[in-house]
Design a binder for this molecule. Structure first.
Ligand code: SF4
Ligand code: SF4
Length: 407
């Protein structure tokens, strides 16, 4: 999979994306800007440079897609960076580096392995990733705090009937991190959707959406995951997602299946995929909400805001909750630095972005942070903890469920 020349040629070099790019803002280098990366991709595709030369700048890209939102020329940066990463994995990494990266992604995308790893970490009283593992990843200064597993497990039913008249059959994507670390978000999603008239289907054997594979240069492995997910959800009206990174990839399956006979199925799947906030906003927020008195800031996950264009819906939900005060923070649209496994592979740039975001959160003086992506939640929790100002985190749907359901 190579970046398409036609997509590369859409860039008119206007530079309107530069100030939207966190790596350009930090480094001030053209090669670490969207325009510079597109230029490097084009040079590599045309054979003027080796992919190895472009690799450090492609690796520095957070994949936050802020440039895609800023671009007036419609450059499909998401497709370009995914294709460029596939080329970098193929041409610029050693077999050992590829093996380690695949092992890392596999650990995060297999809930049983993630569960086991975190349990082992807890057993050994490890609070941080062991240095030898970080070194193998090529990131010796990585100090990623290991998340803790939730105390209670959620054993979902396969079907939850709608409350009242059924308006749609909705399949719930369990995902990998969300299922393992934040089952309360799934419980809240099911309860809210049922109250809005959805029959919620939760297939047990549904697997991963392939987002981490697609974002890190392994489109064939992403495609393999996508094939089984498309099959699992073939009979539902909508697929509800409550993790931004997963939803963004699922809405872009067409890119993975471009030259495949399965393209129509992928298109149908993507068209039926909705972030849970989109479904709630589309169907209407129910009346009779109880107060949740709290001052919160909302963290825009890049793959929700820039990847899916979802900006107003989560805010609509939060504003509808009586007593909840939503304050906007400065730089809400800039990446927090988490970016999937980026924070482990590029810790310096990830931490610069984290520091800026933590400052903006604290400046807004909230009692809690609202985030619709597990990666942002874990990474920002770590940043706030290290700053000595830990705060609770909620998914918008958890606050809505609390407002709807609590006595
Ligand atoms: S995806 Fe983000 S980090 Fe990468 S070029 Fe675009 S704005 Fe910059
Ligand atoms: S805004 Fe779009 S067209 Fe302009 S330089 Fe950036 S990517 Fe190219």
């Amino acid at each position: 999979m190579e970046p398409k020349r036609l997509d590369l040629q859409k860039c008119i070099h206007c530079g309107l994306c530069l100030q939207a790019c966190p790596t350009f803002v930090e480094r001030g280098e053209e090669a670490d800007s969207p325009r510079g990366r597109i230029y490097l991709m084009r040079a590599a595709v045309e054979g003027q440079i080796e992919w190895k030369q472009a690799a450090p700048h492609i690796d520095q890209c957070l994949g936050c897609l802020s440039c895609q939102t800023a671009c007036p020329s419609g450059v499909p940066y998401s497709n370009l960076i995914e294709s460029a990463r596939a080329q970098v994995e193929h041409h610029a990494r050693s077999p050992l580096q590829r093996f380690i990266r695949r092992t890392l992604i596999r650990s995060f995308t297999t809930p049983s392995r993630l569960n086991l790893l975190l349990r082992m970490g807890r057993l050994l009283r490890m609070r941080r990733m062991p240095i030898p593992v970080a070194r193998l990843l090529g990131a010796p200064e990585t100090i990623v705090k290991l998340p803790t597993l939730p105390k209670t497990k959620w054993q979902p039913q396969s079907v939850y009937p709608a409350v009242g008249e059924r308006r749609a059959r909705v399949g719930l994507l369990l995902g990998c991190a969300m299922k393992t670390l934040f089952p309360s978000v799934h419980q809240a999603t099911v309860e809210v959707l049922r109250l809005l008239g959805a029959e919620v289907i939760v297939p047990k054997r549904q697997g991963c959406c392939g987002a981490l594979w697609a974002h890190n240069g392994y489109p064939e492995l992403a495609k393999r995951q996508a094939v089984s997910l498309i099959k699992v959800f073939e009979s539902v009206d909508y697929i509800a997602v409550n993790a931004a990174g997963c939803g963004s990839t699922m809405k872009e399956y067409t890119h993975l299946f471009e030259d495949s006979r399965a393209l129509p199925d992928a298109e149908s799947f993507s068209q039926r995929t909705r972030d849970v906030s989109e479904l709630i906003a589309e169907w209407g927020i129910p009346s009779g909400l109880k107060p949740v008195p709290m001052r919160v800031v909302y963290q825009d996950a890049c793959h929700l805001l820039h990847g899916q264009g979802v900006h107003s819906q989560p805010r609509q939900i939060l504003k509808a909750i009586p007593g909840l005060e939503l304050v906007e923070m400065e730089g809400a649209d800039l990446c927090c630095g988490s970016a999937g496994i980026y924070n482990m592979l590029q810790p310096d740039m990830a931490r610069r972005n984290l520091k800026r975001k933590v400052k903006h959160i604290l400046d807004a003086n909230p009692a809690a942070v609202v985030s619709a992506n597990p990666g942002c939640t874990l990474w920002l929790s770590q940043g706030l903890h290290e700053a000595g100002r830990p705060l609770p985190f909620y998914h918008p749907v958890e606050l809505l469920a609390q407002s709807l359901l609590e006595e």
